[in-house]
Design a protein around this ligand. Structure first.
Ligand code: ZN
Length: 105
């Protein structure tokens, strides 16, 4: 998934992306949710902050003011990428069946 993120071209871009990634890590704990649209697995709406934003992952795009200003990955995009990566590792680990066997679900 991380290949979707544009390579930072300056130190400031790299720093900004790192900051957004750090913010995204705590978003679930803050009550944010990323929900897929039924029609595609590459579009989400992210809810939980002051507004609801529409996020596309391929190519990356977000409807928030931060993305409009900088045109690179905002915390909403990183939040959705994290969710996709979590799902992928859950599947690789055995998914629902394994979780049931282990009594985790
Ligand atoms: Zn955003």
């Amino acid at each position: 998934m991380y290949e979707l993120i544009p390579e930072p071209k300056t130190f400031h871009e790299a720093k900004r992306q790192t900051d957004r990634m750090d913010k995204a890590i705590s978003m679930a704990a803050q009550g944010y949710t990323a929900t897929r649209f039924a029609t595609t697995d590459k579009a989400f709406y992210v809810d939980g902050g002051s507004d609801t934003y529409l996020v596309y992952l391929d190519p990356v795009h977000c409807s928030c003011p931060d993305f409009a200003r900088h045109k690179d990955c905002c915390k909403h995009i990183f939040f959705c990428i994290q969710q996709v990566m979590d799902e992928a590792s859950f599947e690789a680990w055995g998914g629902d069946d394994r979780a049931q066997e282990e009594g985790l679900k």
